[in-house]
Ligand binder design. Structure first.
Ligand SMILES: NC(=O)c1ccc[n+]([C@@H]2O[C@H](COP(=O)([O-])OP(=O)(O)OC[C@H]3O[C@@H](n4cnc5c(N)ncnc54)[C@H](O)[C@@H]3O)[C@@H](O)[C@H]2O)c1
Ligand SMILES: N[C@@H](CCO)C(=O)O
Ligand code: NA
Length: 815
């Protein structure tokens, strides 16, 4: 036998009642008669509570009564054939008249006892259950409406009565046995005391009714039908990626719902737990979905934890003092005091030095707890054995839950790593000795970020989201956006990575959207809804949004963003940059940035600083990490100059070739940076530093390839004019090389901590002879690659390959 319990939303509307009857029919089809337990229609219990309070205050309650009548009557009209309606109206009317009389009595006396309130509330379940049973009669034979006050007996603790379980189960069992062929519709939530006075079962009361009936008849399962797909891995309002759990143990369900997940209230399930009856959470509005099964054991493990729960508002009280050390009775006194005064302690931690105890309570109880402590420990406080207790507010608890945690090492490491990486400060930690839960107390403003980060960390197979703030939307930035848009589906399907661009800025405008800016028309959005650009506020907005797995991407050629890198790392945000300025300024800056990133456990990736998308920075880093030593690096690392020498043939003038390099997107925004060698110098400097040399820019010996007049040009236009004028100079260079059957190459060398870049003519026996397009080439001669060097070669400039390199850095963040 199965017990089907339907909550308020399931009986709240015509459509949902239809869905309920369909579920009952399917259950009958499987061969056995279920018992059905119903709550009041959604919103009615709250309304009744309010009307009772209104009446007690002498306020008018007729409007509310009309609403209750209208909601029930409209269901009758829509779901019952006219010929059956009248007796149902009559009976509902009788209920409502009784209710009206009760409220009138409360109104007259201006007094509402707990007993009257229970009686008033009971009409919610009576009306809904009677009504639905009558609708059901049209489709099912042998329907019987059961008022649970006949079955469940309690003490007289009105509002949250204690059930006489043995007696109640006996009565239920007898009743069911005496009505074997009947389809029972039982009111949830309500019961009666020895004198037959109506009582209610408190929070989660209808679930309790279902559990009692299930336990009494030894049901195969108790199905709790609600409006969500089961118990989820986390609060779906905060964690969009939360998903429904197929199986949970009773303990896990307890732990998860203790903090948060309000699908069921586990204490009400105890009668079922004790008899090992599975409880299944199902969605009335998605009946095909199998929901969550709560059973005796935890079930198989896909993930090391089951879920993450949280309490968003909590206060913490710290008790510190030498007087506690070695005093066995101390914590006993403290917690007995709090228990006696009915202050619920959510979490406790004590340092092993016994010098301090920290515990968490609901914020509304914090000052009462503090006052109680102050009076209980007055002597100790006076004698300075104890420091005045302090309340810390605006805190939250986050807890990871799962029975398999204790068999899996590294769980707490993962938890703290993901919190630390995202810059979330942990105020206190508690691990239940059961090891079913590890709880941390964090600042309330970090809760959303923490829940998402921890969810990603434990359920990573299910897709990691990177939140990207990008400055620079020129050649590289806009190409990157296009690539991300094109690759979005693939990344999600094959690598479970989602990249959300949540901030875009350039030198004119900036735009933010924490749900992600649609990349199809980012330009228009930025243009139309962007705010005026301001890097300082871009960075502070990024920090304020406080998103998990956050990356700052610098696609500018400006030194301004660089000034914020350190602050960004300090906020536990990673940086990906194709801007070479950060790493090629003063050595001290390079060092500080690297150290700050490392200290805060975030990534600083700049693969495209050298050779665009070609793997060069990464290769050098791997060589160094694996203990190899660089003997020599020889390289061509200016894509622009490589292109120029490869195309400065035939009739084309030097000027023409430079122009076309710029048009092809190989040059820096200011092409003089390339032709003066500055760009190449920066790359060699970065490589030398990554190879372990503390060099400054002026240590790089740089040969010019331009005549002086070009170097001295003060504007780009001037520069191009001077280039045109220097035609003879370049032609002479070219002719000389041709005479010797050689080609012009601008080659950088690093050896023994010395860097130089020089214009060379190389013959066809030289490895750097055969290059085309914007090719870069780099050869690493190392202790391990000493006979023949390790060589990387390929296109070293251009928007596609550069954006691709930035993209690759991005997907590696946090990997
Ligand atoms: N072109 C290549 O092949 C290549 C290869 C590797 C690295 N890079 C690097 O890529 C970077 C970008 O090059 P690009 O060709 O896309 O440049 P670009 O001139 O096309 O775009 C630069 C962008 O940065 C923005 N910007 C400039 N100053 C800013 C500031 N202070 N705040 C916010 N935004 C600012 C501009 O508005 C523009 O959107 C450069 O650092 C370059 O060295 C380029
Ligand atoms: N302007 C650069 C782009 C790649 O860093 C070059 O020509 O090499
Ligand atoms: Na590279």
């Amino acid at each position: 036998m199965k017990i089907l319990k339907f909550g308020g939303t399931s009986v709240g509307s015509v459509d949902s009642i239809r869905a309920v009857l369909e579920i009952v029919r399917k259950s009958q089809d499987s061969g056995e008669q279920p018992v059905i337990v119903l709550s009041a229609m959604a919103g009615i219990t709250n309304l009744l509570t309010r009307l009772a309070a209104d009446a007690a205050e002498g306020r008018d309650f007729t409007g509310g009564m009309e609403e209750i009548e209208a909601r029930h009557f409209s269901v009758v009209k829509q779901l019952m054939a006219i010929k059956y309606q009248n007796p149902v109206f009559t009976r509902l009317k009788i209920y409502l008249n009784e209710l009206d009389d009760l409220l009138q009595g409360v109104f007259n006396l201006r007094e509402l006892s707990a007993q009257s309130r229970d009686l008033i509330l009971s009409y919610g379940e009576r009306c809904s259950t009677f009504l639905v049973s009558k609708i059901a009669e049209q489709y099912f034979p042998n329907v019987l409406f059961v008022d649970a006050t006949q079955l469940i007996q309690t003490d007289s603790h009105f509002g949250s009565a204690h059930v006489y379980q043995a007696l109640s189960e006996q009565r239920i069992w007898t009743y069911v046995a005496e009505n074997p062929a009947k389809l029972l519709f039982v009111t949830g939530f309500i019961a009666a005391n020895e004198k037959g006075r109506v009582t209610t079962l408190g929070r989660g009361g209808s679930d309790y009714t279902a559990a009692l009936i299930g336990a009494a008849v030894g049901a195969d399962a108790i199905e709790i039908w609600t409006d969500v797909d089961g118990m989820l891995t986390a609060d779906p309002r905060i964690v969009k990626k939360a998903f429904s759990l197929p199986v949970l143990s009773y303990t896990e369900a307890m732990e998860l719902s203790y903090f948060g997940a309000k699908v069921i209230y586990p204490p009400t399930m105890i009668p079922a737990f004790l008899k090992k009856i599975p409880i299944v959470i199902r969605n009335t509005f998605n009946p095909e979905f199998s929901g969550t099964m709560i059973q005796y054991d935890s079930g198989g493990t896909t993930f090391p934890i089951k879920g993450i729960s949280s309490i968003s508002e909590i206060s913490v009280i710290n008790l510190v003092g030498g007087g506690m050390i070695g005093r066995a009775g101390f914590s006993g006194r403290l917690f007995t005091l709090l228990a006696r005064e009915q202050i619920n302690v959510v979490l406790i931690t004590q340092s092993s030095s016994e010098h301090s105890i920290t515990f968490a309570v609901h914020p509304t109880e914090a000052s009462r707890a503090k006052a109680l402590i102050e009076s209980e420990f007055e002597l100790e406080l006076h004698a300075n054995k104890l420091v005045q207790p302090e309340i810390e507010e605006n805190l939250s608890v986050l807890a990871i839950v799962g029975e398999n945690m204790k068999q899996t090492p590294g769980i707490s490491g993962k938890l703290f790593h993901s919190l630390g990486r995202n810059g979330i400060n942990v105020r206190a930690i508690a691990q239940g000795s059961s090891e079913y839960n590890i709880s941390v107390i964090i600042s309330q403003s970090d809760l959303s970020k923490a829940l998402n980060a921890v969810h990603d960390a434990f359920f990573a197979q299910l897709n990691k989201t990177l939140h990207v703030f990008n400055v620079g939307t020129g050649n590289i930035g806009s190409t990157l956006f296009r690539q991300i848009r094109e690759q979005h589906g693939f990344l999600l399907d094959h690598n479970d990575i989602e990249i959300k661009i949540v901030g875009i800025g350039n030198s004119r405008k900036m735009l933010f959207n924490s749900d992600g800016i649609a990349l199809g028309d980012w330009k228009e959005q930025l243009q139309q809804s962007g705010e005026e650009a301001d890097l300082a506020s871009f960075v502070s907005r990024m920090k304020l949004m406080n998103l998990p797995n956050c990356v700052f991407v610098d696609n500018t050629a400006s030194e301004h963003p660089i000034r914020y890198y350190e602050e960004i790392f300090q906020s536990n945000i990673s940086v990906v940059t194709c801007n070479k300025i950060a790493n090629s300024g003063r050595f001290n800056q390079y060092k500080t940035l690297k150290e700050t990133a490392r200290k805060h456990g975030v990534d600083f990736f700049y693969e495209t600083n050298v050779g665009a998308g070609l793997p060069i920075v990464r290769v050098l880093r791997d060589l160094m990490l694996s203990g190899d030593r660089i003997i020599r690096i020889e390289a061509i690392l200016s894509g622009t100059i490589s292109y120029i020498f490869n195309n400065f043939v035939g009739a084309a003038s030097f000027y023409d070739v430079v122009k076309s390099a710029q048009q092809l997107g190989y040059t820096e925004p200011d092409p003089r940076d390339d032709l003066k060698g500055t760009d190449f110098m920066r790359k060699m400097l970065i490589l030398a530093r990554d190879a372990g040399y503390a060099l400054e820019p002026e240590n790089v010996q740089l040969d010019a390839i331009l005549p002086d007049a070009c170097v001295q040009a003060t504007s780009v236009d001037d520069f191009y004019r001077e280039l045109q004028a220097a035609d003879d100079y370049f032609n002479a260079l070219k002719a000389k090389a041709q005479q010797e059957n050689k080609v012009l190459r601008y080659v950088g060398k690093l050896e023994a901590g010395q860097v130089n870049i020089a214009l060379e003519m190389v013959g066809n026996d030289h490895p750097f002879f055969a290059l085309s397009g914007s090719d870069n080439i780099i050869s690493f001669t190392t202790e391990r690659y000493s006979e023949r060097p390790l060589v990387v070669k390929g296109p070293g400039a251009g928007a596609e390959v550069t954006a691709a390199g930035v993209f690759a850095d991005l997907v590696n963040v946090g990997a």
